[in-house]
Design a protein around this ligand. Structure first.
Ligand code: TXA
Ligand code: MG
Length: 351
């Protein structure tokens, strides 16, 4: 199929511009669209056929459930059950926004959308294009990240096209997204809610609203442990990984720079293609032909926003060995390191 690519200016579009996309969605087709976190690959959340198409287009295992995107808090009660007071408080505090919550599913939500689970993940995005698309189409939109399974999530329409051209009906190109990593997922089916995937809405922010929450031990593990099975099925798969071998180097900046420079020199000496993932503060100290600046340590948001694009560029330049700096694992840094460690296959060294 030919994939239609339509530009939409997120600050000045008219809802009528989304009509074609809405028609495709209502008739069971797939449309990729920008959200504030990453691009999503949307289909009708209550249609088994649409869910099947999503799994096919992504090459994704069908036991990996999809998030249902809504445009109105009231819709939550239509797709989910047992919505607790804590959940309502979180919805009021963070919706619309980059927070996904998990509940027992309502009868009408097909098991094909929830990967066979009796629970459902729900999120209300704040991106104006995403919100208008859901509202105008009149349906709930199931949307995983719009990347091919295993690749970094798309933060630009170009990334979606790279993975999905010819596989889906339409891409709405709303430019680069703001946050750059996927929503925080909180399991609300436990008495003490559990964070299954860290994101922009941090544990600290959530605890300010509802008190104690836990973090799925599989998320904070330094390496994949066989006896720790992630409760979000998607978290168990190899993710985001560039083709080259990535190593995260942690320690004081001076020592990290020295260690990475010597590793680069060694590999380049063997005729290997290397690349360094550095920060605004450190980039000038590296002696490597391919130094990529991910963002500034003074602004963790810039690092989250730059991460996936850089991981994709590693493949474009054919980097065989990739050396990346490390980030403190608190607040947003926890979400960043969670993705980086997966990209590196948990390969990290301390200097
Ligand atoms: O920011 C986001 O959340 C983006 C945008 C497009 O909204 N979407 C996204 O979807 O990241 P996806 O499919 O790439 O990741 C969804 C994650 C997976 O790890 C999946 O296993 C988990 O959510 N998940 C979905 N439903 C679940 C459920 N009922 N129980 C546990 N985990 C669930
Ligand atoms: Mg994904």
């Amino acid at each position: 199929m030919d994939t239609i690519i339509q530009k939409v200016n997120k600050d000045s579009f008219r809802e009528e511009e989304l009509e074609k996309a809405c028609e495709i969605l209502r008739s069971g087709g797939l449309v990729a669209f920008p959200t504030e976190t990453v691009y999503g690959l949307g289909g009708d959340a209550l249609s088994q056929e649409a869910a099947k198409k999503i799994y096919e287009a992504k090459g994704r295992p069908s036991d990996n459930p999809l998030i249902i995107h809504i445009a109105d808090i009231d819709n939550l009660y239509d797709v989910a059950e047992q919505v607790s007071g804590k959940a309502t408080a979180l919805a009021e505090a963070f919706w619309p926004g980059p927070l996904t919550m998990i509940f027992p599913k309502a009868e009408k939500v097909p098991l094909s959308t929830t990967g066979g689970l009796n629970t459902v993940a729900v999120r209300m995005p704040i991106h104006p294009v995403a919100a208008a698309l859901i509202r105008r189409s009149g349906i709930y939109i199931a949307a995983p990240s719009a990347n091919a399974s295993g690749r970094p999530s798309p933060t630009k329409a170009e990334h979606v096209i790279e993975d999905m051209d010819g596989r889906i009906h339409m891409v709405l190109d709303g430019g680069q997204v703001g946050i750059g990593i996927e929503s925080t997922i909180v399991d609300m089916t436990e008495d003490i809610p559990v964070i299954l995937r860290p994101g922009y809405i941090t544990k600290e922010k959530i605890e300010k609203v509802i008190g104690a929450v836990e973090i799925d031990p599989a998320v904070i593990a330094n390496e994949p442990k066989k006896d720790l099975i992630a409760k979000a099925p998607g978290m168990k798969y190899r993710h985001y990984a560039p083709k080259g071998q990535m190593t995260i180097v942690e320690g004081d900046q001076e020592k990290v720079v020295a260690a990475i420079n010597s590793l680069v020199q060694e590999k380049e000496g063997e005729g290997r293609r290397t690349a360094v993932i550095a920060t605004e503060e450190s980039k000038r100290f590296y002696r490597c032909k391919k130094v990529y600046c991910i963002g500034s340590r003074k602004n963790e948001g810039s690092i989250a926003a730059g991460l996936y694009d850089i991981l994709r560029q590693m493949d474009h330049i054919g980097a065989e060995y990739i050396y990346a700096e490390s980030f403190v694992e608190d607040t947003l840094g926890q979400a960043i390191m969670n993705r980086m460690l997966k990209a590196a296959g948990y390969n990290r060294i301390s200097v």
